[in-house]
Design a protein around this ligand. Structure first.
Ligand SMILES: C[S@@+](CC[C@H](N)C(=O)[O-])C[C@H]1O[C@@H](n2cnc3c(N)ncnc32)[C@H](O)[C@@H]1O
Length: 312
């Protein structure tokens, strides 16, 4: 039977004559997003929350809209602004944080755009827990390697108020966004951004190196929903088995860690490849209350002990 439901292509400005309240727009967006079979993996996990976030953003109501506004009526201009966002979400498969320009990580607000990955690393939980129990002493020098928009390093700066933090990335574009976030969080006195291919432009040692590098393998990258292809490929892809970057990191990290230092790295789905490639290395895999996996810890001593294996 032929469907009579409004199709995605038919979101037109004239719809403002039929949609009146905040509730109407959220409901309409939810229906269209479900109909378009969008993927929800960038902060929200369902169509209603995506529609709600776009409606609140367009109406300048902040992200914690109150229930009392659900029946408030909109002006035609407000309605058109919301519909324009819905069209971009559907036709461009654009994740909501790129449409609103903001994302939340470890309880902090970050500016994001298509130059950086949208923050979602489970490392947020480690930051909130002060990396307990992995650090013997409070770190005074921290490197967020592969920083993107700076969320991990800036989160660490809040967790460790005495620490100097370096944010590094190979992408000059990403570092512009990281710089904006350093300013917004008023951390320029102790957080700096450095353009560097891995450790190439880094000339100091750290107590903690934390990294969410690119780690998606070729098969997974090809199969990812369109929303992920709005993010920079440089932030996701890392060779056939997803470990091109991590292999280099494991080889070079000991030189940049202080005695007693710790390396924390997310490799997600590529954890299985890593275990297979280095069966004799005692990776400690972390567990998370809010979900996520594939994050390991190695101490400086363990990296040195197994250095010959990483050098092969
Ligand atoms: C998965 S994103 C992580 C962004 C951010 N840390 C987060 O957790 O949301 C990986 C980042 O690594 C950067 N990158 C890729 N190859 C790199 C390299 N060889 N050296 C330094 N950074 C690199 C990318 O530009 C991207 O910003």
């Amino acid at each position: 039977m032929k469907s009579t439901v409004t199709t995605i292509a038919k979101i037109t400005p004239e719809l403002v004559e039929h949609l009146h309240s905040v509730r109407d727009y959220i409901r309409f967006g939810t229906s269209r997003f479900n109909e378009a079979k969008l993927y929800f993996g960038h902060g929200n996990d369902n169509a209603w929350d995506d529609a709600l976030a776009l409606v609140l953003h367009a109406l300048h109501l902040g992200r914690d809209g109150r229930e009392e506004i659900l029946d408030a009526r909109l002006t035609p201009g407000e309605g058109r602004a919301i519909l324009a966002l819905f069209i971009r979400r559907i036709e461009g498969r654009m994740p909501v944080p790129y449409l609103t320009g903001e994302a939340w990580f470890a309880g902090l607000k970050f500016t994001v755009d298509e130059r950086v990955l949208i923050p979602r690393s489970p490392i947020a939980e480690l930051i909130e827990a002060g990396f307990s129990p992995w650090l013997a002493d409070e770190p005074t020098a921290i490197l967020d390697l592969c920083t993107g928009g700076g969320c991990i390093g800036i989160g660490c700066a809040y967790a460790f108020p005495a620490a100097e933090v370096v944010l590094s990335d190979i992408s000059a574009d990403a570092l512009v966004v990281a710089g904006e976030n350093i300013e917004q969080h008023e951390l320029a006195s102790r957080v700096t951004a450095v353009e560097s291919d891995l450790f190439e432009s880094i000339d100091q040692r750290f107590d903690l190196i934390v990294s969410n590098p690119p780690y998606v393998d070729a098969a997974d990258y090809g199969a990812m929903p369109a929303e992920y292809h709005c993010e920079p490929a440089l932030a996701l892809e890392s060779g056939e088995d997803g470990l091109d970057f991590t292999r280099r990191l494991l080889r070079e990290a000991p030189t940049y860690l202080n005695d007693g230092g710790v390396l924390v790295v997310e490799v997600g789905n590529s954890a299985a490849h890593l275990e297979k490639a280095f069966p004799d290395v005692p990776f400690t895999w972390l567990e998370f209350e809010r979900g996520g996996y594939g994050v390991f810890v190695l101490t400086q001593a363990e990296l040195v002990e197994h250095g010959a294996i990483f050098a092969e």
